[in-house]
Ligand binder design. Sequence first.
Ligand code: 5AD
Ligand code: SF4
Length: 440
Amino acid sequence: MPKLKLVTFGCQANELDSARIAGLLALEGYALTEDEREADLIILNGCSIRDKAEQKLYSRLGSFQALKARRPGMRIGVAGCLAQREGESLLRRFSYLDLVVGNGEHLAEIPQLLQVAANRPVAATGEPAGLFPTDVEIHRESRFRAWVGIMEGCDNFCAFCVVPFTRGRERSRPPDDILREVAVLQERGYREITLLGQTVNSYGRKLDPPVSFATLLRRIDRLVAKEMRVRFTTSHPKDVTTDLIETLASLPSVCEHVHLPVQAGASRTLQRMERGYTREEYVKKVCALRKAIPDLAVTTDIIVGFPGESESDFSDTLSLMCEVAFDASFAFKFSPRPNTPAALLTDQVPESLQAQRLAQVLALQDELSLRKNLAMIGKTVEVLVDGDLSKRDSGLAAGRTRQNRIVHFGGGVVQEGILASVKITEATPHHVKGVLTASL
Ligand code: 5AD
Ligand code: SF4
């Protein structure tokens, strides 16, 4: 049986793509291995969102060169956003590379490309316009939580972002396909699904007839009832509609959490980022969401040091973080990406200043998260038990609340994938601790 090693870098979309590649190649007889020395095929599925992510992939790729020299029969491929962006040029740069495969429908071409790669290096990286086929079984590691891709690509062209170039134009899966996948997951006992797309809340606009994300959620909720937690990511602030807010508030299966990347706190920066909303509009939407869903957790992405970001612009980011009181945030230093308008701006912020600002954002978020977590002490929460989250040496079990907070807890033995009631007793910025009171 040939062996496949998959190395995945990047976001949830990349993780899902790797699971798709593993499923597809299982049909060709490949078994997964962790050990590259026994692999017949290594595929690095890589991210392109920031330069650092790309450098990580290149350095990992370099580490396989000696292996290939010892075992010339093995094949090495690069897939995903980096492959899509760099295309065939990767084959010229890395003589030991056999296969370069882009996103979307290209992933499904891997078996045919491997046949060609038996004789010569090959690339398939034309702009992706399709979707990965629905009939290929996804190789899912977890038995209780699953990503479900609902759309691919993005039409927003934020000034800093490479995604519209690597994942192509926005396209949505037909709702019936999604519902079938969800029904199978439910039958198999899955307890949590996360609907995945670059901007899930613009789902379905181009379908014929169009279907809104709110409608899709209502159909999923009817199917799964209370047996499943439904999550979704990522949402775009400009596409948060009143209909969506009302829908989120009314559906019992949908978790009380939105990941709503704000990127910056100054309207001037948001405009230069071409985000399509002002600070005030963002705050208004969060207020409307919180009003409709009182225990909602709001998390975000923040970019520091966007070109031209002044001290005062940056302090607007800090003040927005306090105003919204995000439950968590992911912060990044701006990284100029090829072909994006922001990379051409002349007023780039020096790296040292970006680093300082990043440290300030992280410190402030720790404070805000700790405050939220301290407020949980004494409360009893529902936790979906997740073995991946427990620290081996602590002896504690772990899981996530519906708001996506990580909870470590003792007081009883629990199985992965069950719902547990936990009384919170302690808080840190990144998780809370508690004791088991009941398991369902
Ligand atoms: N530089 C830094 N961060 C970026 N992101 C996207 N593009 C860039 C870039 N060029 C961040 C945004 C986005 C998250 C997935 O990555 O915050 O929401
Ligand atoms: Fe990138 Fe903007 Fe699209 Fe998000 S909405 S994927 S940041 S272009």
